[in-house]
Design a protein around this ligand. Sequence first.
Ligand SMILES: [Zn+2]
Length: 313
Amino acid sequence: MRFLLWITIFTLLLYGDAHIFVYHRFDDPKRASANTSIDQLKAQFDHFQQNGYKVIPLSQLADALHNHRPIDPKWVVLTIDDSYRSFYDKAFELFKSYGYPFTLFVYVEATQSRYRDYMTWQQLKEAAAYGEIALHSYAHPHLISLDAEAIAQDTRKAIELFTKAMGHSPAYYAYPYGEYSSDVLENIQSHGFKLILNQNNGAVNETSNPYNLDRIALTREVDLTSKLKIQHLAAEWIEPQTYPKDALLKSIHAKISPSIEHIEYYISGYGWEPAPVQSGEVKISLVRPLKHARSRIFIRSGFCYSSTIIAKE
Ligand SMILES: [Zn+2]
């Protein structure tokens, strides 16, 4: 038994999981928190190239997940949210010269209304020859603050305009601000997307939920090597589900594999702390004032991470 456990751990360490990365703006230092410089981007692409990583289209990962085929730990998927103009002006050439596919998630209202900072439908069609174009909502709302009908309306409007302009319906959806709850997830899923992507630091393996895929942000100065070490921790989150009205987090509860004996937890704005774990359950009672209107709660075992997000309505 112990031997098998070590084999499992060794295999996990050796192989790791696939990673989906998310970018926003390129060479736009005025928006530092969302920016990636072209020098950084080039260094990241060189790292992928020199270390045997395979940058694949999101559709290839979707096929593997839905058909229960193995996920290659060397797979990397590159996504870009908001379809800012800086992708087209600054980064597009570099993606083309490395032959790296990408998925652009379109903020439909910005493109439809020709907001200055965003790509046009024509530019998106041009990009579609080298990558995939997908959906990032119509009005880029805080979905958590909307009722079910308003979420459905935003999504329907986005799908309709997208389909008219691009000539096909969008297959993938990424949440605005990475914010969602189980209700939001169910609502978005009902529109028939093949994959739904969040923005929680995490990796992807065969046990990942195609409708709740983690993505790692590669903005600001980021240590790519440490991000590539991140693996997927299969966890079922029971609490928290919503942002507490008094902004006090009182319980963290998740189910994990019973073979895991050591877990640490993290709440946005606080450090990592050891968590009690017993027979596959992480259960923490606490009274912790939440420091951010959008707070993430992580649990990890070694390099394996799982997280959930709660946001103030
Ligand atoms: Zn966005």
